[in-house]
Write a new protein. Sequence first.
Length: 354
Amino acid sequence: MILTLYEPFRHWSETGSVYILSDPHFGDSDCRLMDPGWIEPEEQVSRINAMVMKNDTFVCLGDVGDASFVKQIKAGKKILLLGNHDKKKDYKGLFDEIYDGPLLIAEKILLSHEPVYGLPWCLNIHGHDHSNMESYKEGCKHLNLAANVCGYTPVSLGKLIKGGILSDVTSIHRITINDRVIEKKEKLKMKIRKSRCEDISEIMNIISIAKEYMIAHGNSTQWGADYPGEEVLKSDIMNNNSYVIMDNGRIVGTFTFIMGDEPTYQIIKNGEWHYDKVYGTIHRLASNGISKGVARACFEYCQNLIDYIRIDTHKDNISMQKAIENFGFRMCGNIYVEDGSERIAYDKIRGQVS
């Protein structure tokens, strides 16, 4: 008994084995035009009967040919999935069950005459293709049992299953669960959008939180009391350079990202930039101090906009230095901002290990 089969098909294996073959085309002389080695129908029946006993089930996946040869097959049960050359009336009384189309006989097993594509959750056992095909195509695992492809010899379904042919096929239930997990993770991922004027008060609140954090951690001079102020923020928004980071519908972070040359990066001391390429620069990155992953979300977003990005931070901003270096930025040297104070400069290019 093959317990893997769905209950309506389990009786196929009640008294013996289940053997599958497709496209015998009994007595069809045109088959030699397709395959010069095509054997005579009597030899085909002989090969089938050498495998299939009276207590077994024989499943033909279509294109039977001369119906008189079906009577000579010894199988106790005979099942037919109609092929493109078959007419149901020609085989009534010769097969115990006749099906018009593909048959899902187990969670991961689909029988059909022609190959079926785009179903990554099943093994498609089929025929029709007399020139054979690769095992995988378009996300679906295939086993081609067209008679001339498998040596005119029926294949034991039970042996296929025991041999592990389904081991690398992920069930539709698992795929559905995995998709839901990915969906859930996507929902949990932080979203980033352009800042709007109505965001200003929330952004300024986040900047205030960031300043308090800096002062509390020994970095009181990076931004000072008035920087960045509302005028800077409004300018960033007007120039489409300001962004907010959203988590569950709330603004949890902000940053500015500017494409093109940064004037303060023209001169770099104690080192050099690693690349001389068009770049984007991250400025004024701040978070609410509660949400985790704000800096990484910013870096990933900017890296998706342009291959090469640069950033700088204050020597006393240890937290930001760690976040920058953890993402894979490399230290380049020192630059000097408009007020003449020093910053540590970093850069990163897409593909650089993070």
